[in-house]
Each structure stands twice: as C-alpha cells, then as structure tokens.
Design a protein around this ligand. Structure first.
Ligand SMILES: Cc1cc2nc3c(=O)[nH]c(=O)nc-3n(C[C@H](O)[C@H](O)[C@H](O)COP(=O)(O)O)c2cc1C
Length: 193
C-alpha cells in the first residue's frame, strides 16, 4: 500500500543543508523506509509570485498567474500526504513558505465561495509540519502553527501533526539535537500508516 501513497513536501528554508532541510531529509528517509517516494518542492528556487488579491480565482477557483504554482496546484490536488517544512522567521513562517500558502487562496475560493469539495484519495489525507526556530520563544511556533493549520485545512488536509524545535540557530546545528533527527525519521514513517 505505501508505494501508492503520494507524498509531497515543501521546503521553505533558503539554506541548503540548513536545519529545516536536514529535518526534512530525515522525514523523507522515514517515508522511503516505509516503501513510498516523496516529491519535494524547494520553494526558494521556484518562481512563485505573491498573491495579488486580484479576485481572479473568486469566480473560477483558479489562479490566473502563470508560474511554478501551476505544478504545485496539481500536486496538492492529487496528494495523500503533505509535509510543510519552514524555519521561523520573525515569529512566523518564512516568506518562501508564506508566498506559496497565500497562492492557495484559489483553493479557499473553490471550497468556500464555489462550495466545491477537494476530494481526498483512498488513503485519506494527512499533513506534517516541521518548524525550526533559532530563539527559544514559543510565540514563533504558535504563529507558524496557526498559519500552517489554515493552509492544511484549506487544501483539505483534515489532520496534521507538528514537530518543532527552538534554540537551533547555526546552520546544521540540528544534528547536535539529542532527538530531532530520530523523531523526524519516525514522523515520516508514521505519516504513511
Ligand atoms: C530573517 C530571519 C528571521 C528570523 N526570525 C526568527 C524568529 O523570529 N524566531 C526564531 O526563533 N528564530 C528566528 N530566526 C532564526 C532561524 O529560525 C534559525 O536560524 C533557523 O535555524 C533557520 O533554519 P534553517 O537553517 O532551516 O534555515 C530568524 C532568522 C532569519 C534569517
């Protein structure tokens, strides 16, 4: 069964091999150990224009901007599992992550204005949120969690779990955390069950 489960992951950190990236890599290893594959979107490298609030999606549920979101829209629609991984920037999600989320306003219009459902597949839909903050201030996790929850519910992911780590600042410092990488691997494995 796991090899039929479609998993997509969004990496919202600009740092290659940074803390969020390393955490996500462990999640992916966990998913792969359960026999599935993951398609990862490195948002920092993609052409994703911020939402213009042009109202274009209000009547059709479709965004009128033609950029890399077109591929993401398709993959969100057909995904069974969605992983969202972001560093905490200014007590919230990174701009790369938030730009992608804001463009999901078209799903919001499709669901709540046009009253259409975004159907899940035979495996149901589940999400996983990964957050890493350099400071030891919970507000960064709380604000990020609120936005991520709105994102997941808008794209019809009814439940998600969260792994968050604070006080991890220097590039790659997450490897020194006593349990983070193990927990990430396990969360990936569990996401498929
Ligand atoms: C622009 C910017 C803003 C940041 N704001 C916060 C913040 O509000 N709270 C926090 O805990 N850490 C903050 N940090 C620290 C990062 O969360 C931390 O360095 C994290 O480990 C980065 O993850 P990455 O290696 O995956 O990019 C900020 C870093 C940057 C570059």
């Amino acid at each position: 069964m796991p090899d039929h489960i479609k998993t997509i992951a969004f990496l919202g950190s600009p740092r290659k091999d940074g803390n969020t990236d390393l955490l996500l890599q462990e999640v992916i290893k966990g998913i792969e150990s359960a026999g599935a594959t993951v398609k990862t979107f490195r948002l920092n490298l993609m052409d994703i224009k911020p939402c213009q609030n042009c109202g274009g999606c209000e009547e059709t549920g479709e965004c009128i901007i033609n950029d890399n979101m077109t591929e993401i829209y398709h993959d969100i629609r057909t995904a069974d599992r969605v992983v969202l991984a972001s560093p905490v920037f200014f007590f919230s999600l990174s701009a790369q992550t938030k730009a992608m989320i804001d463009r999901c306003q078209s799903f919001w219009c499709e669901k709540y204005l046009l009253k259409k459902t975004i159907p899940g597949g035979e495996f149901g839909r589940k999400g996983l949120l990964l957050l890493v903050g350099g400071m030891k201030k919970e507000i960064g996790i709380e604000c990020s969690e609120s936005t991520a929850r709105a994102f997941f519910r808008t794209i019809s992911v009814p439940e998600h779990s969260t792994l968050s780590y604070l006080g991890v600042d220097a590039k790659g410092a997450i490897v020194e955390h006593p349990s983070a990488l193990k927990e990430a691997f396990e969360a990936g494995r569990k996401l498929l069950s």
